[in-house]
Design a protein. Structure first.
Length: 180
């Protein structure tokens, strides 16, 4: 029951993040620019930079925001995929070397499709345009978040396996003993 609640929370966070990403893409250029300028000014004020010392444009800020949004998205999708390891669907289709490669492709495809939809939405917003470079940036951010999260899960799983082995709870020594 606890796992179901956590999965629902993760799905809710995923939906909220998609609404945030795509909602920002629906903003007209003037509103989006004003919002970016506000964020830039808040960052400059928070860091204590003024005048020529502060951040002047918003181009890099906007790119960093896109990459960060998609990194969080990649992390969420990866967490959801990893948490399904115990499900019957996962065991049936993805519990093999080939199946895991397919799952990795599915997770990656989710990021690419989301980035393409994000840019397509911008085509409908006044003063905005779609750019292939933004799709690439979004997908790179998504991939970084997904890879980092997968690596963290792998490290944590390795530590659990090692600590369980130190307490005699793994079956590897038993198999070795039985084979002697």
């Amino acid at each position: 029951m606890k796992q179901i609640k956590r999965n629902r929370l993760l799905l809710f966070l995923l939906a909220a993040l998609l609404c945030f990403i795509w909602g920002n893409s629906l903003m007209p250029a003037s509103v989006s620019s004003d919002f970016s300028n506000l964020i830039r000014d808040v960052i400059n004020f928070t860091v204590g930079l003024t005048g020529n010392d502060g951040m002047s444009g918003t181009g890099r800020l906007r790119k960093a925001a896109h990459a960060t949004e998609f990194a969080v998205l990649g992390a969420l999708v990866t967490v959801l995929a990893v948490r399904q390891r115990t499900s019957a669907l996962y065991r049936k289709y993805f519990d093999s070397s080939r199946g895991r490669r397919i799952l990795i492709c599915i997770v990656a495809l989710c990021g690419l499709i989301t980035a393409c939809i994000d840019e397509a939405i911008q085509l409908t917003s006044p003063g905005r345009s779609a750019q292939i470079s933004d799709v690439c940036l979004d997908f790179c951010g998504y991939s970084a978040g997904a890879l980092l999260t997968a690596r963290i899960f792998r490290i944590r799983r390795g530590r659990r396996d090692v600590s369980a082995g130190m307490h005699g709870k793994t079956q590897a020594p038993e198999r070795n003993a039985a084979g002697r």
